[in-house]
Design a protein around this ligand. Sequence first.
Ligand code: ADP
Ligand code: MG
Ligand code: MG
Length: 886
Amino acid sequence: MSNLVLSFNNKKIKKIKNPEYILGGKGTNLARMGNLGLPVPPGFIISTEVCELFYKNKKKLPKQVLKNIYLELKDIEKLTSKKFGSLKNPLLVSVRSGARVSMPGMMDTVLNLGLNDQTVKALTKKTLNGRFAKDSYRRFIQMYSNVVLNIEGYLFEEMIDNQKLNKGVLLDTELEETDWDELIQRFKELVKRQTKKNFPQSVQEQLNGAIRAVFLSWDSQRAKTYRKLNQIPDYWGTAVNVQSMVFGNMGKDCLTGVVFTRNPSTGENVFFGEYLIDAQGEDVVAGTRTPQHITKKAKIVAGSKEKSMEETMPKVFQDLKKTLLKLEKYYKDMQDVEFTVENKKLWILQTRSGKRTAHAGIKIAVDMVAEKLISKKKAILRIDPNTLGTLLHPSLNRKVERKIITKGLPASPGAASGKVVFTAEEAERLNDMMQNTILVRVETSPEDIHGMHAAKGVLTARGGMTSHAAVVARGMGRPCVSGSTEIIIDYNLKQFKSGKIIVKEGDIITIDGTNGEVILGTVPTIQPKMSSYFSTIMKWANEFKKLKVRTNAETEKDSKVARDFGAEGIGLCRTEHMFFDQERILSVREMILSKSIEGRNNALAKLLPHQKNDFKSIFKVMKGLPVTIRLLDPPLHEFLPKTDREIEEVARSTNLDSKEVKDRIEELHEQNPMLGHRGCRLGISFPEIYEMQCEAIFEALIECKKEKIKPVIAEIMIPLISTDTELKILRILVDRIANKIQKKYKTKIDYIVGTMIELPRAALQAKKISKYADFFSFGTNDLTQTTFGISRDDSGKFLNDYLNNKIFEIDPFVSLDQNGVGELIEIASTRGRQFNKKIKLGICGEHGGDPRSIEFCSKTGLHYVSCSPFRVPVAILAAAQSELKK
Ligand code: ADP
Ligand code: MG
Ligand code: MG
């Protein structure tokens, strides 16, 4: 019961650990600023402990607390030489809420508390400024009635508007004292009508009412919703700040303003803010009058005619400047500051860390290191890795008006405009004609990949943040909006509907994968530049991180992008994507459809040169670095034709009749393909497929060597192993092919063989399996599916229910389930090392680009993470942060 009510200048505050927890952010910073010798109006904090007591005490303030409050109020009276409720020199206070973090869901502030029909007269007499006194009183009645008595604010605003209309004036400041007199009368009548009581005249009742209202607002629907959205626990509670008023509304030498110590959108080291003369509280942000600039320079840049504060009050501006510099030096971060000037005297009312764009965040961090304000370490820790994504994709020019048709999930960041197409083929056709397209599909499948490549963006009606469309689009760095459930696609009519709007093939739309918006027409985009600040942060991150960061890539282009971002190799090269190419898919189908091994070998021979060239182009980009190549993984039916027309086409080119093709498709059909004939099971049934793939890899290696390209470290990865015998058999296969090629070309080949751990049994049997494995790569997408027994593609139907019921804290396909899947990873790592001390451990799959999961990998002692090219910088930064947090 020690920290109930504390004045801002209480010495104890300095000794409290994490004072925000007890005193709230606002109160803590007011106290700190007082300590720094900055001009803060005196006041006190009613702590979050009281909030708890309040709720335990049937929502009443305990007697002891009330006693303390009035003791502290006495102190303010002494410091200000004013008296609460005095008829000579009345003290007015503000009552402000203050949770640990700033919370827009909370109570609004009540200003000018302590005014009533009598004290307002005293204030008039004392200040010889009736207009100011009445303006303050009417503001108080408005705010108190709204916040404490729950009367709708617009009712008051309407009355003010009517008064202005009658007087033929536009601004509140043009109303005279007598106008406010009339309005105050009407305000009080309104309160009487609405509450059946007079507006409270007792200043004690006013104060208790306002304090109560702050505590009650913690439990308001608004606040609860905000807490839920931002994962703020209910038990935190809020503090209340009671502070003596200073007045920016006393006339021409008064003002109120808000200023950032640096520009929050560009990060430039210049003050950025606004002020209003003869104004109070939120007038600056309320938009009733246009605020003016703080600095002369900003005024000139903006082309404004109104004088800046630097010009109107040069001396006070200098005080403000000194204060801002002092605050930055103390907090070592960009500050967002609220201030008021009363009769040319500066008062600081709030400071906090300013919100900023991703770009500004990076620039400010780098600049502050150069200014010796913070260390490199601090700079690295300060940047949210997830925000880097927005820096690498074009974004929409927000200044242009836009017509939003619908919203979906922001599946892959960036923005793109183009003609609507409904098939991958059409996207490719138009791409060849240099036209931009947006591929619109109910959902995408591996067959659409070439179309996704050709299109500038992808929009799907179904599927979540980890749907095929989302994952592939992120991998390619294509903007994607997925799960846009309001749109109804009609492939036959070649159109989609969203409500009443019909969009036809060829119509232009824009998608914004950063916020999920789908917009009619073109919206100009802004191209991102990798700034020197960005490179600097990456350089520092690379100095601190231990975990290697690789990329998931299967094309030369993606490999290049990833290298440019700093990828240290490839962690997952999926070979099947190379099969979908127009030219090759026929040979793939021929291979699958042939009934004899000769037929299959013939078709495979046609594929071999293609695969070899693919590998070669990737090896050239990744020279000297490790490249993990996964042998064929998906079930074969994925490669087969679906429509009748396609089936006939395939029949013709393979010299079969369409019935035979259909029969084979029927034969390959599986009830549950995820758990079916795929992964290493294909290699066991059709070893010739894996043989061809290995041949292609080894020949590509040898050709690179001949061309004097520094060879990559080829890591051949066998997918979906569950037993050691599977790996043993397939390892022998790989070694046999390697020997054959080494003999043929009389050259030695460097390669290692390992497996993907994506089945729980493999994790448990890791010791035995590691006998045949040089590396384990945790395929956490499938490992999550198989551990939970949840299909990622179908989880959308119930995932939200699981999140709402707090069964899942976070989508386990987005951020690794550290308890369950994580335990399997730990088990596999430990057991794998038991037999094979040198075993290389890494993670591929979506989690490799998720900062939380990366921290887990770092703690578990994995050697690398692998993620899509555009996530590489995110992973590098997250890896550095994990190291620094250890
Ligand atoms: P928020 O949390 O919404 O920012 P605040 O408690 O900061 O609310 O109050 C809003 C505004 O009220 C502040 O920007 C400041 O201008 C004004 N204000 C608050 N307390 C005082 C005070 N003691 N004297 C003058 N103005 C005040
Ligand atoms: Mg504020
Ligand atoms: Mg897999």
